[in-house]
Ligand binder design. Structure first.
Ligand code: BTN
Length: 354
């Protein structure tokens, strides 16, 4: 089967003298603001000819970047399109970094988790991030499909190789959920909650989820594919009928369309910080924040784990990220997966009228 090719710089570092020239041009244009950057300055910075700069600028314009050229100011970046562009994402991230060391964007693919899984098996080092504008077979937890329409969301996967035992993989779900919630908050001003283990929610409605897929030996993780899906600019009526009642999007919550690239960058930055803490052994710092944001703790829950139904109250998170649920018999159950339904709060119940 032919692999779909990304619409931007491929993973293998290009043999050219200047890796990611478009990222460097966009970063320079952003830094120069209204003053603009001359072709000569850009050529000097990138150590290429002015003609090469002009060709790159033309390419960016074709991709939808509104770049004007004035004789006095040189090139000025006026507006960016609502498309995911690997070099634009790279141009906004700090160096050095581990997460988003390399970024690929596909116009359409089956599932970004599938692409990253292949990269992992090919031995690509951790940190690579793959986005898709649309997924034709987006995967959700528990074998569900993930609705991934073109240009409306952030559908992406990150390759990680954490120094963890497979039993502690839930820690990654926890730190990722915190990073996503923080990124959303920073970029949009919205305050999302987290439903265990990985749903990003507003009240009872879900706007994002995380799918962790592991390649592991008995005692260590070989690689993790961290798949993140966020409904950014999906209109309420666009969700498939079966999730109309339970799904929401960030634009619906904010009441305005949102900038997907800026949001992606904010989340990748938070992920970098949270993953660094996890690698330093400071999981508890992130999990404390998870607890503060969690909408599950203290609630009555029903958890379907394979053929088993566990009913109880979600009491705490343990040091590996598992949910501890107190059953009506007083037993503490340790939950590492499954489908969690929150019981209605007593205040949610309609008042009975005599
Ligand atoms: C969930 O069920 O809540 C998890 C959803 C995860 C969806 C994302 S979208 C990007 C990545 N690729 C996939 O096929 N799934 C994940």
């Amino acid at each position: 089967m032919r692999r779909p090719s990304p619409i931007s710089t491929p993973i293998a570092l290009s043999p050219s003298a200047v890796p990611h020239p478009d990222a460097r041009i966009l970063a320079a244009l952003r830094a120069s603001g209204e003053t603009g950057a001359s072709g000569a300055d850009l050529a000097k910075q990138l150590k290429v000819s002015r003609a090469a700069i002009w060709a790159r600028i033309e390419d960016l314009r074709r991709a939808g970047y509104d770049i004007v050229a004035s004789p006095h100011h040189g090139y000025v970046l006026r507006a960016t399109p609502d498309v995911l562009h690997a070099d634009d994402i790279l141009s906004r991230l700090d160096e050095p970094r581990l997460i988003a060391r390399e970024v690929q964007v596909f116009q359409e693919t089956s599932s970004t988790n599938e692409i990253v899984d292949r990269l992992a098996r090919d031995g690509v080092p951790e940190g690579v991030v793959v986005f898709a504008e649309a997924q034709t077979a987006g995967r959700g937890r528990l074998g569900r499909r993930w609705f991934s329409p073109p240009g409306r969301g952030l559908w992406f996967s990150v390759l990680l190789r954490p120094p963890l035992r497979p039993q502690a993989a839930t820690q990654l779900t926890v730190i990722s959920a915190v990073a996503v919630a923080r990124g959303i908050e920073r970029e949009t001003g919205l305050h999302p909650g987290i439903k265990w283990p990985n749903d990003i929610v507003f009240g009872e409605r879900k706007c994002g989820g995380i799918l962790l897929e592991l390649g592991a030996e008995l005692d260590h993780i070989r690689h993790v594919v961290l798949g993140i899906g966020i409904d950014v600019n999906v209109a309420a009526g666009e969700f498939p009928a079966e999730i109309q009642e339970t799904a929401t999007s960030l634009s619906e919550q904010a009441g305005r369309p949102l900038d997907r690239t800026a949001l992606a960058v904010a989340i990748l930055r938070e992920l970098e910080a949270a993953y660094a803490r996890l690698r330093r052994g400071d999981f508890h710092e992130v999990s404390d924040e998870w607890v503060r944001r969690c909408t599950t703790l203290g609630r009555g829950v029903r958890i379907q784990m394979g053929g088993r139904l566990i009913i109880g109250t979600a009491e705490a998170l343990d040091e590996e990220g598992a949910l501890l649920v107190r059953t009506p018999h007083g037993r503490l159950e340790r939950i590492v997966g499954g489908d969690v339904t929150l019981e209605k709060r007593s205040t949610d119940q309609p008042l009975s009228v005599p």
